[in-house]
Ligand binder design. Structure first.
Ligand code: NAP
Length: 531
C-alpha cells in the first residue's frame, strides 16, 4: 500500500467507525468453514470479518466446521456460510463478501446491528400484507454492481419481518452448483419459496410487491386510503382505452382517475406477443402494458384491484367502488371484454386443471405436453404460435373450414407445421382430476373421436363486459355493446370507448378511441351538449 492509499484507507476506517458508533446491539456472526472446501472464499470471509472487527467491537464472531453440532442444527451445508444473529433473524450468506458484495456486507451489519429495516413508507405498506412465510434466495456475484441494491432489499425485508421472512444471499462463484440448479446465469436473480420473483435489481417498493405477490413486478402503484375523492373524470377500466383516455384527459386539465377491478391492461396483459402496435415490431403484451401504465401514472392516479359497484348519475355523478366513493363530473366506461366460454361438459369442472383461457399464464406448464387450442381467430393463432415456440405440442381445433385469423398469422402457423383440425368442435372435456382427453365432433363427416391431451386452451373471442353498464341503465346495441354517439352514451356525463363500445378490437384502435373520448369529454365540459 503506497502512502496515498494508506491515507485513503484511514479515511474510510474513520468514516466507518463513525457509522458504527450509532450501533449499540451486538452483532453475533457465525462463520461455518470446512478446510479443503472453498478455502479461498473462507479466507476472504475471515479477512472481511477481521477488517470490520477492527472498526467495531459489536461483532461477536464464532467459527465452526460443517461437522459442528450447530451446523447440523441449522442445516448448514455449504462452506463458507455466514449466519447473522440467528437468535433474532434468519439471514445467511453463502460465500464471502468480495468485491461489490462488500457493500452488501456493510449494510447487513448496520441493519442487523441497529435492528431496524429502514424501509420506506410505501414498502412498509406492502410488506405488512405478507402473512405467509417467504424464503428468499438472492444470487449475487463479486463483480455485479447491481447486486448490492437487490440484496439490500432482501435484507431489509428479512430484518422487518424475521418471523416470516428468511434470506440466503448466495454468491454464484462460491456456489456454482446452486447457480446451475437455479439457472442463475445473470445476477442479481431473486427467488421466493423457489419461485423466480425478480431478474435484476428493483426499487425497494417493487421488490416488496414481488415478494408479496410472488410474481415478477415491474410497476409500483402506491395505495390510497382516501374515502371520498373529488374528480372531473372517473375512467372505469385500465386497458389501452382507459389508460390512453387518462393521459389525454389529464393533459387537457381534467382531474382524472382510472379504476380497474382486475388486471391492468385487460386482454393485452395476457397476449403473448403483440406485433402490430406502432413503434414496436414485436413486444410482449405484459411489457406493453407496463410501458402504458408507467406512462399513464405520470398523469393519473390509478386504483387497481378496486371494483366499481355502482354509478349514480347526477351532479356530481357518484361512483361507488369497493374501497371508496368518487364524486365526479364525468365517467368513461372502458370496461373492455371478457373471454367467452365454450359451454361444454367438463369445461368449468376442469378449469385450472388443464382448461385455460390464458396461454401466456399457463402455457409454460405444458412444455413437451399435448394441448389443443380452440378457435380460429387472431387470438387462437397468436396463442398457438406462442405455445409452439415454448415447446408445447399444440393442435388448433376450429369449427369451420377456414381461419378468421390474419393472413400473416395463418402463414406462420403453416410454416411452423402446427396441426389444424378444421370443421371440428369440442363436445366434451374429460379427466378425473386433470384434463386427460377431449371428445371431438367432425361436423362434415359427423364422426366422433377422442384425442388424449393434457390441456385445453380456449380462445374463441370475447363478450363485451356490460354488466355495470346495464345496471346504470346504459343502452346497448343489438350486438350487446354500449350504444354511443361519438362516445356519448344515452346518459349525460357518461361516455364509453374501447372494446365495450364495439369496433375493431385492436390495441391501437382502443388507445385511439380512448384519446378521442377524453377530448370529447373535455370539450363537453366546456360546452355541455346536454344543456
Ligand atoms: P374472434 O376474432 O371473435 O374469433 C373467435 C374465434 O372463435 C372464431 O374463429 C370463431 O369461429 C371461434 N368461436 C366463437 N365461438 C365459438 C364456439 N362456441 N365454439 C367454437 N369456436 C368458436 O376472437 P379473437 O381471436 O379472440 O379476437 C378478438 C379480437 O381481438 C378480434 O377483433 C381480433 O382481431 C383481435 N385480436 C387481434 C390480434 C392481432 O391483431 N394480432 C390478436 C388477438 C386478438 P368462427 O370463425 O366460426 O366464427
Amino acid at each position: 500500500m503506497d502512502q496515498r492509499e494508506d491515507i485513503q484507507m484511514q479515511q474510510v476506517q474513520r468514516e466507518l467507525t463513525e457509522l458504527f458508533q450509532a450501533i449499540h446491539a451486538e452483532i453475533p456472526i457465525y462463520l461455518f468453514a470446512q478446510p479443503g472446501k472453498n478455502d479461498v472464499f473462507s479466507d476472504a470471509a475471515r479477512q472481511a470479518l477481521r477488517f470490520f472487527r477492527q472498526i467495531t467491537d459489536k461483532i461477536v464472531l464464532r467459527e465452526h466446521e460443517l461437522t459442528h453440532e450447530s451446523a447440523k442444527k441449522w442445516k448448514i451445508e455449504h462452506s463458507p456460510t455466514l449466519v447473522f444473529d440467528p437468535e433474532r433473524y434468519n439471514i445467511r450468506w453463502l460465500g464471502a463478501p468480495m468485491g461489490e458484495e462488500g457493500r452488501i456486507f456493510l449494510e447487513a451489519l448496520i441493519l442487523i446491528g441497529s435492528q431496524k429495516s429502514n424501509l420506506n413508507e410505501q414498502s412498509l405498506q406492502v410488506i405488512k400484507k405478507i402473512d405467509q412465510p417467504r424464503h428468499i434466495k438472492v444470487f449475487v456475484s463479486a463483480t455485479c454492481p447491481y447486486c448490492p441494491q437487490q440484496a439490500l432489499n432482501a435484507l431489509k425485508a428479512a430484518v422487518e419481518k424475521p418471523d416470516l421472512i428468511s434470506l440466503e444471499i448466495i454468491d454464484i462463484q462460491a456456489n456454482p452448483e446452486l447457480a446451475t440448479q437455479y439457472s442463475a446465469q445473470s445476477v442479481p436473480q431473486t427467488y421466493a419459496n423457489d419461485i423466480l420473483i425478480a431478474q435484476g435489481a428493483q426499487p425497494e417498493e417493487l421488490f416488496m410487491l414481488s415478494l408479496d405477490t410472488m410474481e415478477q413486478q415491474t410497476v409500483f402503484i402506491p395505495e390510497s386510503d382516501e374515502q371520498e375523492v373529488e374528480t372531473d373524470l372517473v375512467i372505469v377500466g385500465g386497458g389501452p382505452a382507459g389508460l390512453s383516455a387518462g393521459i389525454y384527459a389529464s393533459r387537457s386539465g381534467l382531474k382524472t382517475v382510472v379504476v380497474e377491478k382486475g388486471v391492468l391492461g385487460g386482454q393485452v396483459a395476457t397476449t403473448p406477443i403483440v406485433e402490430n402496435y406502432p413503434g414496436f415490431k414485436q413486444v410482449g403484451g405484459k411489457t406493453l402494458v407496463d410501458i402504458m401504465v408507467t406512462h399513464a401514472l405520470e398523469y393519473v392516479q390509478i386504483f387497481p384491484g378496486e371494483e366499481v359497484r355502482g354509478v349514480e348519475p347526477g351532479k356530481p355523478i357518484i361512483v361507488q367502488t369497493s374501497r371508496r366513493r368518487f364524486n365526479t363530473k364525468a365517467v368513461l366506461m372502458a370496461t373492455g371484454a371478457t373471454y367467452r366460454n365454450l359451454g361444454v361438459p367438463g369445461e368449468s369442472r376442469l378449469g385450472g386443471h388443464g382448461v385455460s383461457y390464458c396461454s401466456t399464464c399457463d402455457g409454460p406448464l405444458f412444455k413437451n405436453k399435448k394441448v389443443i387450442i380452440v378457435g380460429g381467430g387472431n387470438s387462437a393463432a397468436t396463442e398457438a404460435l406462442h405455445m409452439h415456440h415454448i415447446g408445447v405440442h399444440v393442435t388448433l381445433v376450429h369449427r369451420r373450414d377456414n381461419l378468421r385469423a390474419q393472413d400473416f398469422l395463418v402463414k406462420n402457423l403453416i410454416q411452423n407445421n402446427i396441426p389444424i383440425l378444421f370443421n371440428t368442435q369440442v363436445k366434451e372435456i374429460k379427466g378425473k382430476q386433470n384434463v386427460e382427453e377431449v371428445l371431438l365432433y367432425n361436423n362434415k363427416t359427423e364422426e366422433l373421436s377422442t384425442l388424449p391431451v393434457s390441456g385445453v386452451f380456449i380462445a374463441i373471442g370475447y363478450d363485451p363486459a356490460v354488466g355495470l353498464a346495464k345496471e346504470i341503465g346504459l343502452e346497448l346495441t343489438e350486438e350487446g355493446y354500449i350504444r354511443h354517439d361519438q362516445y356519448r352514451t344515452n346518459i349525460p356525463g357518461i361516455y364509453t370507448s374501447g372494446d365495450v363500445a364495439g369496433g375493431y378490437k385492436q390495441i391501437v384502435t382502443a388507445a385511439g378511441h380512448g384519446a378521442e373520448a377524453a377530448l370529447t369529454i373535455f370539450e363537453d365540459m366546456i360546452n355541455p351538449y346536454w344543456t
